[in-house]
Design a binder for this molecule. Sequence first.
Ligand code: PMP
Length: 439
Amino acid sequence: MSAAKQILALNRFDGDDTAFLPPDLAERVIRRRATFGAASVLFYEQPIEMVRGEGVYLFDAAGNRYLDMYNNVPSVGHCHPAVASAIAAQAARLNVHTRYLNRGVEAYAERLLSHFPAPLSNLVMTCTGSESNDLAMRIASAVTGKGGFVVTRAAYHGNTTAVTAISPSAFSAAPLQPHVRLIPAPQEAGDVAGVFAAHLRAAIAELEESGIGFAALVVDSIFSSDGIFADPPGFLQTALNAVHEAGGLIIADEVQPGFGRTGAGIWGFTRHGIVPDIVTMGKPMGNGFPMGGVVTQPDYLAHFCAATGYFNTFGGNPVAAAAGNAVLDVITEECLIDNAALSGDFLKQGLLELKKEFPRIGGVRGAGLFIGLDFINPETGAPDQPYASNIINAMKQHHILIGAAGLYGHTLKIRPPLCFNIGHGTLFLETLRRVLAGG
Ligand code: PMP
């Protein structure tokens, strides 16, 4: 079986190998490496310098236009004019820390919360998805009095100390900590709900037996870094029941599926018909403006705050609120949730057609504009990560940007901005066919 892959290693430029780059690019990379050191991660065998974005496109320094199939941060479109002007106008008027009354901030909180089911009626604003998950873990431990967390085997939930411990796709060498249990990602077919819940129950039992106890299941409802597992809708209900029977909480990490991506409502958990105990948000929330949030029920937050309180200097500042508000406007005005469903369906059908033609394509899965496509060895069915890397680099030659995911890094992660349309889909499918055919 192929080796498991660290998420940051996927499609990564090898920082030491500059000899084959054009001299000006090599110099840029060496200078960057000198300042950013080992934490500098660049994509592609030949890194790209981006200078501008618009809608689903990015433009490099030489003026080349790339179709962005990968980027869920500028979720309503790169440099969306409505979001950019809302940020600029608010930055020119007032931007302070979060301890003053501010109508814009308060109205945004009310508006965002109106998209959540009862009893999720309190919002804490943060600056990143990592901060959101860190806080969610603290709330879960405070409420349950327990310290154990269950996550999927290739999950990614962020970069703080606590959140890295529950992000197995982020560490290659570090041992798993005793308060964390990993369960396999949902299977593709069969009794998806039952098998997932059985693994979960076993992990919960282990945590309880260890004396650490079970605080929460942290789950990304589209299982992005595990390789995208969306179906059947509703399968998380059984997991939720198992969590609650054990006295734990479910933290829905909406950093990836949230804000309309699945085409089935604004949140990924909506597709599963569940009401989580805590919801965390990030990247698409501000379309590139750094903002995140945690939504939970008031008694949970009160319980947590009674012990420690919470203050975030930048989280929920007036500029963030302006960005977030503009994002919600654009999602509504441009019907982006319906568009995600329609364009995503077109894309998925097209990929299923390609699968008939190319035996190296394995599973094709997803919801809305979040689709995973596995590359396999056609003889053995084993994951083929090197082939996925070749395709990613070849697509870049054709000016299409795309990344990989999954435990073995063999899954194309197809996740364009939500303004992606059928025309963009046709361009992507035609190019992928050419690349798969070796053209
Ligand atoms: N949760 C998920 C599911 C993510 O994909 C990410 C980022 N890739 C995070 C949390 C962390 O978000 P951030 O990088 O904004 O801290």
